[in-house]
Ligand binder design. Sequence first.
Ligand SMILES: C[S@@+](CC[C@H](N)C(=O)[O-])C[C@H]1O[C@@H](n2cnc3c(N)ncnc32)[C@H](O)[C@@H]1O
Ligand code: SF4
Length: 325
Amino acid sequence: MIDGFGRHITYVRLSVTDRCNLRCRYCMAEAMTFVPRKDLLEIDELAALADLFIARGVNRIRLTGGEPLVRKGIERLARELGARLGRGLDELTMTTNGTQLVRFARPLADAGMRRINVSLDSRDPDRFRQITRGGDVHEVLAGLAAAAGAGLRIKINMVALSGVNEDEISPMLRWCASEGHDLTLIETMPLGAVEEDRTERYLPLSGVRARLESEFRLIPSPARTGGPARYFDVDRLGVRLGFITPLTGNFCEGCNRVRVTATGTVFGCLGHDQNVELRDLLRSGSRATVNAALDRLLAGKPKGHDFHIGAREPAVARHMSVTGG
Ligand SMILES: C[S@@+](CC[C@H](N)C(=O)[O-])C[C@H]1O[C@@H](n2cnc3c(N)ncnc32)[C@H](O)[C@@H]1O
Ligand code: SF4
């Protein structure tokens, strides 16, 4: 799949549900209205859609949400997609809040998953509960231990929140080093239906990086994912540190991805409404019409996004928050 700017699309982020057991303040409102279950793609439809992408050259799929591990049938989906590894698919990964990993880490590893991203904004129980509106950090920590025990490599995603977890960034980096995890810091983005004024919590990572550089030597890493992260190796700690800076950095020129919502809408860009609806096409059973819709998406995939504080929320945000790749 090649878009109108010659970019090869090889990576798909597939949301398997819009539901979540947490309510992170920057991501969801306390009282969320989720889409009716019948509107979600069935597990078989998700697998069929993944097959179609793989047939068109996609070699990495990340399962996400909402919280992917609250989706009924997620184990079967992981197994089915895992069976495509080495047969077109090079990597199957997941972004999860980690609360269900005690149960699911082993089945995910058995399905062929090798790495996962786990979101953790604070290791302090009270703070974690506050940020997630009720979450228990011990579940995440136990989930991380289970994931490591199952042999999964772990990258922690931490949203940097001004006045909330700023003081935990450096300790989190040291903790990740001691646990053998990588760490990626994320700037808050104008995404999701939330009640809070996110401008108050916006913490530019340029400043965070400068502060970390007074403490650690950050060596720019050539590692690139085609995604929004820039990586550094942290001298002496042996940790890779990523920065996802949609508001202070531009990363669109190398974009290799599209995003599929749990209802089968495919978005070409996180910051634009341009999309195609695949669910009904998948249900009517014609591969050719699905492929034609994907061709339309590729032809119109925007060159880049234009986030800024106070920006209008793009439509994709009403379906999925889509960072932390
Ligand atoms: C939407 S979650 C979905 C997967 C899973 N529930 C989790 O939390 O990892 C994916 C990532 O997006 C991040 N995220 C959600 N809303 C965001 C926002 N407004 N700005 C920046 N990152 C956000 C989360 O912290 C998480 O790392
Ligand atoms: S960031 Fe993830 S865990 Fe938090 S509310 Fe959003 S989907 Fe749920």
